[in-house]
Design a protein around this ligand. Structure first.
Ligand code: SF4
Length: 170
C-alpha cells in the first residue's frame, strides 16, 4: 500500500467517521473538500506504522485529537484520546473504533482509551463485538458523501464552535 495514500486515507476516514456523529452536513462539506478546519496539526500515522523499528518502543504520535502510544508489553498499541468533556463522546468513540478497525485490517492488535482528565475518568474501547457498528458507520459516511447537495443543516449547540457556521447560518 502506498504510504501517502494510507496516511491520507486513515486521517480522512477517521475525521469522516467523527463528523458523521457530530453533524452530517459537516461531514458532507468536509468530504467535498471544504476544509475550513486546521489540518496542520495532523501528523502522519502511516509513516510510523510502516516503520517496523517503531514497534516495541514507547512512542507517542498524534493524529489530530488522537494520541497513539506504542506500548512495549505484549506489543499492543494503545490509541489514546484526551478529551475535555463528554459532549461529543459518541463521535470520539466511533473515531477511535475506526482506528482500531483499520489497524486490525493491517494485522495490528490495538485497544483505545478515551481519557477525561478533568473528570478523572477513562474509558477503554475494544473492537470486540463492534466491527459491524464501524462497517455500518462507514456505509453511512459513503451514503452522505454521495448526496448531490449537503444535508439540510439542523441547528444545535455544536454549531457555535463549528468552522462551517457561516456556510450554514449566515
Ligand atoms: S454549523 Fe451546525 S449544521 Fe452547519 S455543519 Fe456545523 S454543526 Fe452542522
Amino acid at each position: 500500500m502506498d504510504e501517502r495514500y494510507f496516511e491520507r486515507r486513515l486521517w480522512v476516514g477517521g475525521t469522516e467517521i467523527n463528523y458523521l456523529f457530530i453533524c452530517p452536513t459537516k461531514l458532507w462539506y468536509f468530504s467535498h473538500g471544504v476544509t475550513m478546519e486546521q489540518e496542520s496539526e495532523w501528523v502522519d500515522l502511516g509513516k510510523f506504522l510502516h516503520e517496523k523499528s517503531y514497534f516495541g518502543e514507547e512512542k507517542n504520535i498524534k493524529i489530530g485529537p488522537i494520541s497513539i502510544d506504542f506500548i512495549k508489553k505484549g506489543d499492543i498499541i494503545e490509541v489514546h484520546e484526551v478529551k475535555k468533556g463528554k459532549s461529543m463522546e459518541k463521535a470520539h468513540e466511533m473515531q477511535a473504533l475506526y482506528y482500531l478497525y483499520y489497524l486490525k485490517r493491517l494485522g495490528i492488535r490495538a485497544k483505545a482509551i478515551l481519557n477525561y482528565p478533568k473528570l478523572r475518568e477513562t474509558k477503554e474501547i475494544t473492537l470486540e463485538g463492534r466491527k459491524k457498528e464501524v462497517e455500518e458507520a462507514i456505509k453511512e459516511v459513503e451514503r452522505i458523501k454521495s448526496l448531490p447537495a449537503p444535508p439540510k443543516p439542523v441547528k444545535t449547540k455544536k454549531c457555535k464552535k463549528c468552522a462551517y457556521y457561516e456556510l450554514c447560518w449566515v
